[in-house]
Design a binder for this molecule. Structure first.
Ligand SMILES: [Mg+2]
Length: 392
């Protein structure tokens, strides 16, 4: 059995172009699907997959670990830059889908079989609609509360929001109070039984991240995400040590060594690798094993497309430390048209059940995808009041 082609299929989903990766074999009809979506870097990732393809064509697709090493180590540069690690991830996910299809079992069976009966999911405020999640002003506490109620009405028991405004390295009390008011309004609206997560998007400096974490401590967040840049590992550990709120991070880390350093420093309670960036399911399994040794929870970052979701969920059925999966459902109205998914979902509680289909249990409708060709992603920019550039 040989790989004969690696193709990409780009599907514009407003803020992101979903990059679907198709690994084609010499067996008629036998293909694997992966995803390598990297917002605002679509052309780079597609080209990187083209660069990697010659390493794999003619090889046996069942040698996943061997091929992962080939992609990561060959061509001199290790594959942990974000563009190449995303390209590698997309191909790796497709290889696992393929292996499941070859053996006629879900991927979770390949990894030792399911360890749970269902997976809990959470949504973004607004379900992933760009304007609701990224553009609702933190000043508008009532809007945060309304969107929180909407998430609960849609069946979710947990949701994430960006209730922390962009701040410069040092600021006074106002942004802290603004964040507090937004979180207080949501807590008041949904009660204590619903889990609220706040994502700082790694905007704050280490000191501002600490101030936000302390201010939001009374609201019992399920986790507090990326309170400062992931490069500041010691600052993450300092924030974590200062509050009881669990600290979550990891979506921007693209090597197992990066996770090793984060865990060793005590920088998080919840590990948020992204299977489409961290090196695929092969790397995610290694990172999960390391996280288990530190007693951490796993909650993969997953605001991307449907193949990323299927892969993130399938991994969760085989990982004991997995606590919840990020999902979006309202980014584009035709999301369900481009993919056929085998994971069944319970609307009440938004729980996902295991499937029995081979591989990741997904089929991409290529005709539907072609209705949404590449477009330049919609811009998202952050400026500070003095006109200087902030972190998005
Ligand atoms: Mg995040």
């Amino acid at each position: 059995m040989k790989i004969t082609a690696i193709e990409t299929l780009v599907c514009n989903a407003r803020m992101r172009n979903w990059v679907f990766v198709k690994v084609v074999t010499d067996q008629p009809g036998l293909v694997g699907w992966g995803e390598a979506t990297l917002e605002w870097h679509t052309r780079g990732v597609v080209s990187s997959i083209e660069d990697l393809a010659p390493l794999l064509i003619g090889e046996d697709p069942r040698r996943i670990e061997y091929l992962w090493q080939m992609m990561f180590r060959q061509h001199f540069w290790h594959g942990h830059g974000i563009v190449r690690s995303t390209a590698i991830s997309g191909i790796d996910i497709a290889l696992w889908d393929l292996l499941g299809k070859i053996h006629g079992v879900p991927c979770s069976q390949l990894w030792g079989g399911p360890v749970r009966d269902w997976i809990r999911t959470y949504c973004h405020l607004g379900g992933g609609k760009m304007e609701d999640f990224y553009e609702t002003s933190v000043e508008d506490a009532q809007r945060f509360a309304d969107l929180a109620v909407q998430a609960v009405e849609e069946g979710f028991t947990a949701f994430k929001c960006m209730a922390v405004p962009p701040t410069r390295p040092v600021e006074g009390l106002q942004p802290i109070r603004t964040a507090e008011r937004a979180v207080a309004a949501m807590r008041e609206a949904v009660g204590d039984a619903i889990d609220i997560m706040v994502d700082c998007h790694a905007r704050p400096s280490p000191r501002m991240g600490l101030k936000f974490a302390q201010a939001l401590e009374p609201y019992g967040l399920y986790f507090f995400e990326e309170p400062c840049w992931p490069e500041h590992v010691s600052a993450l550990a300092e924030i974590r040590n200062a509050v009881a709120t669990p600290i979550a991070t990891g979506e921007r880390i693209t090597s197992i060594e990066g996770f090793r350093d984060l865990f060793a420093a005590g920088g998080c309670d919840v590990c948020q690798f992204d299977v489409t960036h961290c090196g695929g399911l092969t790397a995610a399994r290694r990172i999960s094993a390391m996280a288990e040794a530190w007693g951490l929870g796993l909650a993969p970052h997953n605001p991307q497309g449907p193949v990323s979701t299927a892969a993130s969920l399938e991994l969760g059925f085989a990982q004991p430390g997995y606590i919840i999966c990020e999902t979006v459902h309202a980014d584009v109205p035709w999301r369900q048209d481009v993919v056929q998914e085998s994971h069944q979902r319970k609307q009440d509680g938004r729980l996902v059940l295991p499937h029995t289909a081979p591989g990741l249990g997904i089929e991409i409708n290529e005709q539907e995808v072609r209705k949404h060709p590449f477009e330049q992603e919609l811009p998202q920019r952050v400026y500070y009041p003095d006109g200087s550039i902030g972190d998005w």
